[in-house]
Design a protein. Structure first.
Length: 371
């Protein structure tokens, strides 16, 4: 569960756009295979961005559904129950925008299914059709850099120039289609609280601590595990250990859970208020693109860009915006719970306009082999 994909059993997954690049995580292996034309689609899991981050790095479309829309039964996510399984959702990656809605429909199960009571909470009966888009009001979330004045700024990247350009291209295309664009600056939306909001919602939902998930009901490790890792004796990867200890750190230095829940509610209220004015939000999937292996190890709060939508159970669609110097760039489209078809429709619109596109590695834009 990290922005990288490797373990001590199978080794490291690589990005087909460059073996020196990370495919993202934690569904990076699946996304790399789809990007390399090894499969038409891939099923993923997403508890904090594990669908959309690999979609960005591999240049694919990806969708994290509304919390509770898809059942986690008969998957490795089945260990998550109740509210936690709304935060941790199955998803998909693919090369074509129009493939996402049929996949969502197939994965949703029957409307009368009793396997998971959360299925179809937002649809009775489900519509499962892309809406005809009229003029939309689109919120373009802007970001000026790190977290101004924050000691945590070193843990969060500024937006790369190619990511800014990708967002600008999407905004320009939508504006030409008659959409009204509202620029929204992230400082006004307490972006510094996004990671805390995610971890708070996980804790409040009764989810097991990541350390407990790692140990699989065995004895829990302490700081001594870092020494075991240093001498090559730990069964865990360094990012997994760091995430486990980061979870402890957040709970130690942050306010009590009750206060953090109030802060989380304020963040949600701010974002919901924006989405009463704007039908969708558009923002970079992550601050950076085309990262090297292990480059994101210390940039732990970059995942706030994706994890916040898990915490709030909002649907979020990753959209590839081509390549910059051979590295994929991309944006994500977000809306209120139950409006998956709307984010998917905007993704399809951008694809039909030619600004959103999946470019397989090693294939030029003019090649007839792009599928």
């Amino acid at each position: 569960m990290w922005m990288e994909t490797y373990n001590l059993v199978y080794g490291r997954s690589h990005n087909p756009h460059g073996l020196h690049l990370t495919p993202g995580g934690s569904s990076g292996g699946t996304a790399a295979l789809v990007a390399a034309l090894g499969a038409p689609v891939g099923l993923t899991a997403d508890i904090g961005g594990s669908t959309r981050i690999p979609a960005l790095f591999n240049g694919l479309f990806g969708h994290k559904p509304t919390g509770g829309i898809l059942p986690n039964t008969r998957t490795h996510l089945n260990e998550f129950h109740g509210a936690v399984c709304r935060i941790c959702q199955l998803g998909m990656v693919c090369r074509h925008a129009d493939d996402m809605l049929p996949l969502l429909k197939i994965m949703s199960g029957l409307p009368d299914s009793t396997e998971d009571p959360l299925v179809h909470e937002y649809r009775s009966p489900p519509s499962w059709g892309l809406p005809k888009l009229g003029p939309l009001r689109v919120g373009s979330l802007r970001f000026r850099g790190g977290w101004p004045g924050s000691a945590q700024e070193l843990l969060l990247s500024g937006i790369s120039a190619p990511q800014r350009e990708a967002q600008a291209a999407a905004v320009s295309a939508l504006r030409q289609e008659g959409c009204e664009i509202e620029e929204i600056f992230l400082e006004d939306l307490a972006v510094g609280e996004w990671f805390g909001c995610w971890s708070t919602r996980i804790q409040a939902a009764g989810g097991a601590a990541f350390r407990e998930v790692l140990c699989q009901k065995g004895p829990l490790f302490g700081l001594g595990e870092l020494l075991r890792y240093a001498v090559g004796r730990s069964p865990f990867t360094f990012p997994a250990l760091m995430l486990a200890f980061l979870e402890d750190w957040v709970q130690l230095v942050e306010p009590p859970l009750e206060k953090r829940l109030r802060i989380s509610a304020e963040v949600e209220a701010q974002l919901r208020e924006v989405l009463t004015r704007c039908q969708v939000l558009l923002m970079p999937t992550l601050p950076r693109h085309g990262c090297l292996h292990d480059e994101l190890t210390v940039r732990v709060f970059d995942s706030s860009f994706t994890g916040i939508w898990n915490a709030l159970e909002f649907p979020a669609t990753a959209v590839p915006m081509g390549l910059s110097a051979g590295k994929p760039v991309g944006v994500q489209i977000v809306s209120l719970p139950g409006k998956d078809e709307l984010t998917l429709a905007v993704a399809s619109l951008l694809a039909n306009l030619g600004v959103a596109r999946c470019i397989p590695p090693g294939i030029s834009l003019t090649s007839s082999l792009i599928t």
